[in-house]
Design a protein around this ligand. Structure first.
Ligand SMILES: C[S@@+](CC[C@H](N)C(=O)[O-])C[C@H]1O[C@@H](n2cnc3c(N)ncnc32)[C@H](O)[C@@H]1O
Length: 294
């Protein structure tokens, strides 16, 4: 029985409205109780729930992540790229959400999406799994502020797209890959802890972000782009958010005059690793992610 459970009743009501004829669907829909963002104002979620225009297809819990990640870009000039635009509904949502100063670009493999350009965004038709496509794209758009990958969701598509575009993000930019639950779905090349999935790739990214502590010192001086440019990697259910920002090498300081433990006034990552048995030549590691990053 559904009626005794308030959360289930709410969900049933949402589903009924979703399946109802279009006129009824125009009415504002309630958000299921218990969703973490239910109690907070969320302009994008609000617009999504009220949408009666082109279809948008998103998991409900993504809206809290969008709000956390994207709010600071609203009303500002930015270049926003969404891979996977399908019916054009999400691109329209982004256009309205970010405001008139935003340039919204969509990429899709389906040539029918080109017609959506009349809705006020630029559309590129191409295969996100093809590095040559991204090379051509970046000739036209060398710098991006926000990339959202909602394309085909296979492992190769997600990895090639990240490797092609992360380096093109502006300092302070964001890369958000969604539907990363496909890392567990065999139909997409996924499977729990199967090598080569996007989530396994992201685990390697964590190591690359920490290259300061294990890579050859020479590599840190001349390369280690990911260690120097990944500010954070946030994992949400089915979403990976990578924040790009150029960083200084890590440094620990001891500040203050009193205490019973003597500490060096400054400690670098090299001091730390040398004192703890990591050779300057670095420790053996499986190949780093391909290095198209510049
Ligand atoms: C999940 S839908 C996008 C939904 C849309 N963002 C929304 O929120 O309503 C995925 C889209 O990715 C496109 N796609 C699939 N494989 C692709 C590829 N290899 N390169 C580019 N786009 C692809 C599909 O044509 C489809 O339109």
């Amino acid at each position: 029985m559904v009626s005794g459970n308030p959360a289930m009743s709410m969900l049933t009501s949402v589903l009924k409205q979703l399946l109802a004829p279009k006129a009824a669907a125009r009415r504002a829909m309630p958000i299921p109780a218990g969703e973490p963002h239910a109690a907070h104002a969320n302009a994008l979620l609000d617009a999504f729930m009220r949408n009666s225009d082109r279809v948008v297809h998103k998991w409900l819990h993504y809206f809290e992540v969008y709000q956390r990640a994207f709010d600071r870009f609203r009303g500002r000039p930015l270049t926003f790229l969404e891979i996977g635009i399908q019916n054009g509904g999400s691109a329209a949502l982004w256009r309205d959400y970010f405001g008139p100063q935003a340039r919204i670009i969509g990429v899709d493999i389906d040539p029918r999406c080109k017609a959506l350009e009349s809705d006020g965004f630029e559309v590129w038709i191409g295969d996100q799994a093809d590095p040559a496509f991204w090379q051509a794209f970046l000739q036209a758009h060398p710098r991006l502020d926000v990339v959202l990958d909602d394309g085909g969701h296979t492992m190769r598509q997600q990895i090639v797209t990240f490797e092609s575009l992360f380096g093109a993000l502006e300092d302070g930019g964001l890369y958000l890959c969604e539907d990363t639950h496909t890392s567990y779905l065999p139909a997409f090349g996924g499977g729990l802890r199967v090598p080569g999935t996007f989530h396994e790739y992201v685990k390697d990214l964590i190591d690359e972000m920490h290259a300061w502590y294990h890579a050859p010192v020479q590599e840190l001086e001349h390369g280690a782009f990911l260690a120097k440019n990944i500010l954070s990697i946030s994992i949400f259910d089915s979403m990976v958010l990578v924040e790009k920002r150029l960083k200084n090498p890590p440094l620990a300081l001891a500040r203050g005059l009193q205490g019973h433990v003597g500490l060096p006034p400054a400690t670098t990552h090299l001091d730390l690793r040398r004192a703890n048995g990591v050779p300057d030549a670095g420790v053996p590691r499986s190949p780093a992610p391909d290095q198209p990053f510049t």
